[in-house]
Design a binder for this molecule. Structure first.
Ligand code: ADP
Length: 479
């Protein structure tokens, strides 16, 4: 396996700086995927300047030019999905199939926004005053900063950059330090597709570069996905500079299983939402809230399902769940298992590392039973293959538990009771509701986002993306 040397991509040029950081394969810690520089405020400055220089021509140019480029990027992602999916699996640790699926998703996001570039969302209205015309136009905002996480290293950059560019903005992106090779792969595709210099700039590095971007005077908006603690800092920096800000910060997503549910189906939904992609999805169902009447049978079946999952190296053909993405992530997962045990939970299965043929951050799918909503395992995001179960007396208690806590991203229910499903849909406090489906797994043409501590600002993705990536101008015309 080769080690790539990565560079920043600024103003259409590759800017090399001494490599300061490594990207390690979590399935084999002897494999260094890439070495890369740590950009600082000077690097961010150059990138923001390049994005500024590119903005007038890009925003004023034909929407067809923007649509053509986004379409080309989408097609290039499709054409290279095999190779990119493999690199993604090697660098982040999700399985080859998951890596390939994510790359195809990114391709489709670019295709979708190629269409959106041609749909300007203005309105014409009758004025309240006779003899006047009123119209609204949606204009580009300017240079948009983007700070992205490692868990979807091509899909999240795609769903931020594609709408930004579609509507005429230019971009400076700071990807996560865990997955720089995937971000550079995207930048290479922009370069190969003939993107005008400076419309998409990439600065590699750690949180220091992210902080410099969030507080840079030259950006008009910042879109962030990551942890809640970092989000609070990014939000404060954005407010101080009066920039638009959009933040996605995770969840503690409840899945309610009612007694009338098909148990087998409920177990499948819980396992899919809780364990796949190593549980490293902000929409993962990490709390399963089960009615008393079926609780014990459900836990027993979920344990069986968890124990049947093959954990292994991301690129091995029979692997169903890959490793945690990093040593710090694995340590965090194991620490939360200890905390849950100390607070009275029962580790029904898992809770420990798994040894595989290559040294990596493998962890057994874990079920923590006998937990209460007040325990930390049910209030804080773990971000690993760890599912806790909470026993409740009835639907009303299930809804109350589902609504507890600081997060509100995705909430699921498994039941055949139409009245309860309707009640849940209306009363659960979450941005996305899943009925008889895993809490994770979303479409790209509809809004994505949550309530309370999960999200801040306008929704991402699909037809909602126009809200954040454009600003409205209202024009009055008289005789
Ligand atoms: P995680 O703990 O999952 O890595 P973070 O929220 O720390 O989540 O990271 C998400 C992104 O935010 C990464 O690109 C990271 O480099 C960046 N980041 C970390 N600290 C800061 C900061 N203080 N300001 C801006 N960005 C940051």
């Amino acid at each position: 396996m080769t080690t790539q040397t990565l560079n920043h991509y600024i103003g259409g040029e590759w800017l090399s700086e001494p490599a300061a950081l490594d990207s390690i394969n979590p399935s084999n810690t002897n494999d260094i995927v890439a070495r890369f520089p740590a950009g600082d405020s000077g690097t961010i400055d150059r990138a923001v300047n390049a994005a500024h220089d590119a903005f007038p021509a890009w925003s004023a140019g034909s929407p067809e030019m923007r649509a053509d480029l986004l379409h080309k990027v989408g097609e290039a992602l499709f054409a290279n999905a095999g190779e990119l999916g493999e690199l993604l699996a090697r660098e982040e640790g999700k399985t080859r199939a998951e890596g390939m699926g994510e790359t195809l998703r990114a391709a489709r996001v670019f295709r979708y926004f190629a269409g959106e570039a041609l749909r300007r969302h203005g309105l014409t209205l009758e004025s309240s005053r006779p003899g006047l015309d009123v119209a609204t136009y949606r204009e580009a905002v300017g240079v948009v900063g983007m700070i992205t996480p490692w868990n979807f290293p091509i899909a999240i950059p795609a769903w931020k950059a594609a709408p930004a560019l579609a509507f005429g903005n230019t971009v400076v992106m700071k990807p996560a330090e865990g997955t720089p090779a995937m971000a550079v792969a995207l930048a290479r595709i922009f370069a190969e597709c003939g993107a005008p210099a400076g419309i998409f700039n990439l600065v590699l590095g750690s949180g220091e570069a992210g902080a410099a971007l969030a507080s840079h005077d030259g950006i008009a908006a910042i879109s962030f996905t990551g942890s809640r603690g970092t989000g609070a800092k990014v939000g404060a920096a954005a407010m101080a500079g009066q920039k638009r800000v959009q933040m996605e910060m995770g969840g503690k997503n409840p899945l309610v299983v009612l007694a009338d549910a098909d148990l087998d189906k409920a177990v499948g939904i819980a396992a899919d939402g809780g364990f796949f992609q190593t549980g490293q999805r902000c929409t993962a169902s990490s709390r399963v809230i089960v009615e008393d009447a079926v609780h014990d049978r459900f836990v027993e079946a979920l344990v069986k399902r968890a124990e049947a999952i093959k954990v292994g190296p991301a690129l091995a053909d029979d692997t169903q769940v890959g490793p945690a993405a990093s040593d710090t992530q694995l340590e965090q997962n194991l620490r939360y298992v200890d905390i849950a045990r100390d607070e009275g939970g029962t580790i029904a299965t898992g809770g420990e590392r798994v040894d595989c043929e290559t040294p990596g951050y493998y962890m057994a799918p874990t079920v923590v039973a006998d937990t209460g909503q007040d325990m930390r395992i049910n209030r804080e995001e773990v971000f690993g293959p760890v599912v806790s179960t909470v026993k409740v007396a009835d639907y009303d208690e299930a809804l109350a538990v589902a609504n507890a806590g600081d997060f509100g991203l995705s909430a699921g229910i498994v039941s055949n009771d139409a009245a309860r499903i309707r009640d849940f849909r209306k009363n659960v406090r979450a941005g996305m509701v899943m009925v008889n489906l895993p809490t994770a797994g979303v479409d790209y043409h509809v809004p994505f986002g949550g309530t309370r501590g999960s999200s801040y600002g306008p929704r991402e993705q699909g037809f909602a993306a126009v809200e954040f990536y454009t600003q409205i101008k209202t024009v009055y015309t008289g005789d």
